[in-house]
Design a binder for this molecule. Structure first.
Ligand code: HEM
Ligand SMILES: CC(C)=CCC/C(C)=C/CC/C(C)=C/COP(=O)(O)OP(=O)(O)O
Length: 318
């Protein structure tokens, strides 16, 4: 591209190339506001809720339902970035985001988030049913109001309670097909709910400096690294038995059961290493939080493969 810009006799291409480049990075910023990588896993759990639900949905309507979960989660992320723009500017991990970096105006981001959130709920209701749309609206409200506005800056339990927002997508997927919420989607909710604290607190172990600077009361800031490691392990000890409930109620077979047991054993091993990490008297890691970094990365693979195994199990049995 730069060669074309510098080529003699083609002076017109320079502004064109530059404006195309800046338009592209503007589009990228609007996409960044939707937290696309987080949303990809949210959508995966939603799709699997939809696949394992009894009954069927026309493929076009199923696709619309998934787009709505993605858009709704993304919209909630944009509103979260609007509200958190002051603390995002103080944290190294988030300072380059479009709003704190000054590339997107706060009100623009808020309007974008609100319009997308309302559109996602309305389209979900029209394409599937109003139970699914209602749960989608509830999850958006949970992320924005309960987690972001109410709890994030007040209590280290913010992600335990507010984290419920991220546990709704499989319930939404299920409800999109069946129009109701029964025991199985409640179990899928519980799996993501108990997965969220070890997922996030592993990251918070090495990002605690950011949170301390922004005065966000995350667990390592309020209770120290040692207690955070203990909580990571305790929640994993609850999580693993919860992941076996689909087998216990006869919904899933040995295929999912074996996957859940193997994944659970590995996640427990990694979080045991988090707990046992070499640390000073204050509980600070002497290994640059290597075990926590590994456990965080694995948490993403863990949830994705666990849900995929649930779907494979149902499809093989069908
Ligand atoms: C309150 C609950 C949660 C909190 C506080 C939380 C927090 C975080 C944070 C701070 C990051 C790092 C993001 C970054 O550096 O930009 C992250 C990454 C991630 N989270 Fe969570 N998370 C939560 C729940 C979830 C849920 C429910 C899912 C999906 C089901 C999820 C999926 C992901 C994924 C896929 C990444 C990696 C993103 C990347 O590669 O940049 N998280 N999470
Ligand atoms: C369907 C629907 C609405 C689902 C919502 C799912 C969802 C994305 C839940 C919360 C997950 C999340 C990225 C929290 C980040 O915390 P943070 O905002 O404190 O992280 P940050 O510091 O990176 O902004």
């Amino acid at each position: 591209m730069s060669d074309a810009v510098l080529e003699p006799g083609r002076g017109g291409s320079a502004p064109l190339a530059t404006s195309t480049g800046s338009e592209l990075s503007e589009v990228r910023d609007w996409i960044t506001l939707l937290k696309p990588r987080v949303v990809s896993l949210v959508v995966l759990t939603g799709i699997i809720g939809l696949i394992v639900a009894p009954g069927s949905l026309h493929p076009v309507l199923a696709a619309a339902a998934m787009v709505c979960i993605g858009l709704g989660a993304g919209a909630a992320g944009a509103i979260n970035m609007w509200y958190d723009r002051d603390i995002d500017a103080l944290m190294r991990r988030t300072a380059k985001r479009p709003i704190p970096a000054g590339r997107i105006a706060p009100n623009g981001a808020l309007g974008y988030g609100v319009v997308l959130a309302m559109a996602s709920v309305a389209i979900m209701g029209l394409a599937t049913n109003w139970v699914a749309a209602g749960v989608l609206a509830l999850s958006i409200a949970f992320y924005v109001v309960v987690y972001t506005i109410w709890l994030k800056r007040r209590t280290p339990q913010n992600i335990v309670i507010g984290g419920a927002a991220g546990a709704f997508p499989p319930v939404i997927g299920w409800a999109a097909v069946t129009g109701d919420v029964t025991l199985v989607p409640v179990i899928l909710f519980a799996i993501t709910f108990f997965w969220t604290p070890p997922h996030f607190w592993a990251l918070s172990l090495w990002a605690h400096g950011d949170y301390a600077r922004a005065r966000v009361p995350m667990l390592p800031v309020t209770h120290g690294a040692r207690e955070t490691r203990r909580q990571v392990l305790l929640y994993t000890l609850v999580l693993v038995p919860v992941t076996l409930l689909p087998c216990a109620i006869g919904f899933s077979s040995w295929i999912y059961g074996a996957a859940a047991a193997l994944l659970g054993a590995e996640y427990l091993r990694l979080n045991w290493l988090v707990w046992k990490d070499a640390q000073d008297e204050a509980g600070r890691s002497l290994t640059n939080d290597r075990p926590a970094r590994r456990a965080f990365k694995f948490s993403l693979v863990y949830l994705a493969v666990l849900f995929l195994a649930l779907a494979v199990d149902r499809l093989v049995l069908a």
